[in-house]
Design a protein around this ligand. Structure first.
Ligand code: DX5
Ligand code: ZN
Length: 219
């Protein structure tokens, strides 16, 4: 499968949100990555439903919603109603992860679990078969523009080996510090979906950067 590119709206210009959404619509990007932060699970607050609904109004590609919040169960249905195609919850925020995954699926979305940099992929062994995607955080969540943590590559390789046995359809997404410079390494390790915020929106031509990331091939 050709890898997918999911630009992170967090790095868009919120005063020109419609313009930046249309830029992604007409680019080679595959999804919109939507970061929801509650100021409790992560030390930052991003945005909530009104902005999410504004994104949905103009976006013509699936919304990949990354919930960096405690008690995600309380909000899953609202996020799906607001247009989420994929709902990602953090392993570290879910005491009853199996139940949370069922809640996402019953609401009609695809289910993904995110792992912070310190959380081993092996902890997902018994839930992997129920998931559509795993998100490996390659920075500590909370902010765009951070440096990629190199150990992530080893986690991707280990998760890929697990998925071959337990869930061959599983997608592996990586988020944080991703640019054209590490795209090939990530794909080689087994990544399917690459999230990028600052590396896309800080360039002179975000659309060209997306195309360049999309065009990277690994043998
Ligand atoms: C970080 C968010 C990321 C962020 C990535 O907590 O989950 O999606 O927007 O930004 P960059 O690509 O700038 O690291
Ligand atoms: Zn994210």
């Amino acid at each position: 499968m050709k890898h997918l590119i999911a630009p992170s709206v967090l790095s868009a210009d919120f005063a020109n949100l419609q313009r930046d959404i249309e830029l992604i619509n007409s680019s080679d990007a595959d999804w919109f990555h939507v970061d929801i932060m509650d100021g409790v699970f992560v030390p930052n607050i991003s945005f909530g439903f009104p902005v999410m609904e504004a994104i949905r109004k103009y976006a013509t590609k699936p919304l990949d919603v990354h919930l960096m919040i405690i008690n995600p169960d309380e909000y899953i249905e609202r996020f799906v109603k607001a247009g989420a195609y994929m709902v990602t919850v953090h392993y570290e925020a879910c005491t009853h992860l199996h139940k949370t995954i069922q809640t996402i699926k019953n609401a009609g979305a695809k289910a993904c679990v995110a792992l912070n940099p310190h959380t081993p992929v092996e902890l997902l062994t018994d839930i992997l078969g129920d998931l559509d995607m795993v998100l490996i955080m390659s920075v500590n969540p909370g902010f765009g523009g951070q440096h990629f943590i190199p150990h992530t590559l080893d986690k991707i390789r280990r998760l890929k080996a697990m998925s071959v046995k337990l869930n061959p359809d599983l997608l592996i997404e990586v988020d944080g510090g991703i640019s054209l410079l590490n795209t090939a390494d990530l794909l080689e390790a087994g990544a399917d979906v690459l999230v990028a915020g600052s590396a896309i929106f800080s360039t002179a031509s975000p659309a060209k950067t997306i195309t360049a990331m999309k065009d990277v091939n690994v043998i």
